[in-house]
Design a protein. Structure first.
Length: 66
């Protein structure tokens, strides 16, 4: 096992680089789409995130009430 003290920081940095790369790709794609298509996609993503949030919150409440 590697006990390097910088290992957690490397993982966080790798995650940030991957997230920025993905965001750049998605925003670059959105710049070439018509505005209504972009808004529909944004609404779909926001809806999915809301459902995910509510499911996780409900699951967390069930686990803590036991």
């Amino acid at each position: 096992m590697n006990n390097c003290p910088l290992e957690p920081e490397r993982k966080i940095m790798l995650f940030l680089v991957a997230a920025l790369l993905l965001m750049g790709i998605l925003l670059g794609t959105a710049a070439h789409l018509p505005v209504p298509v972009t808004l529909v996609a944004a609404a779909a993503i926001a809806g999915w995130l809301l459902v995910f949030f509510l499911r996780e919150r409900r699951h967390h409440d069930e686990v803590t009430s036991r």
